[in-house]
Design a binder for this molecule. Sequence first.
Ligand code: PAF
Length: 280
Amino acid sequence: MQIVTKVAEMQDVCRKLRLNGRMLGFVPTMGALHAGHISLVRRARAECDVISASIFVNPLQFAPGEDLARYPRTFEEDCRLLEAENVDVLFAPDAAEMYPQGAVTTVSVAGVGDRLDGASRPGHFTGVATVVAKLFHVVSPQRAYFGQKDAAQLAVLRQMVRDLNFHVELVGCAIVRDPDGLALSSRNKYLSSMERARALTLHRALRQIEHMIASGERRTAQLIAGGMEILKTADEVRVDYLSIVNANTLLPVTSAEAGTLVAVAAYIGTTRLIDNLLVA
Ligand code: PAF
């Protein structure tokens, strides 16, 4: 696997990878890779001729006081994992390469970018959209792979791709969970064993809502109340939101229909976790 740290070299390497009509798949990450990321790489490997990944802990998507400094960084282990999946090229720039002095342009996705995590973390999705737009310009992939766990991020990026005419197909990939149901996240590394047990409440709340829907309840007010009952049972779980929304606009809906997004975010101690389900 080739490791590239400079924008100009990455553009050149990716241009060569795309020669002869080869399909280039791309998996952008912030590193601290887990089985969820690897599932994206495997899907890209299965669907594309050549694949690229990136590791960049993007300062622009962290607000002051958030966990940028302590975000897990496991670069060598990440490289081993990507190499084992036959990734062709890894882009691993530093912040000065991505945001050279004097860079002032950002990409803001109005509306959808201000909902769910965008409401709780103002500016977060501007940081995400800006870095992903830049990465798309550097890599020019035909397909890019994102986890469905970050459902709001996916909605924001789909809107951005439509609005700015990016020639790339976004592929949302299923959430990968530990056997007990906890959605994999790089931030799970922050949890003590007690907190990890508490974090399972997010998945339990979603399962409760799924069960209520399977039993015929579609009214979202009732479903949210049912999920909140479960979330309230855990100590030290501070709910940020439990929302039932249109998966594209992230606007609340009154009835949970097929494709509706049920999304939850909560703080377990100081760690903010998210999880969701799409109504079947
Ligand atoms: O989902 C992530 O890991 C990040 O938000 C992304 C898409 C790599 C942008 O920094």
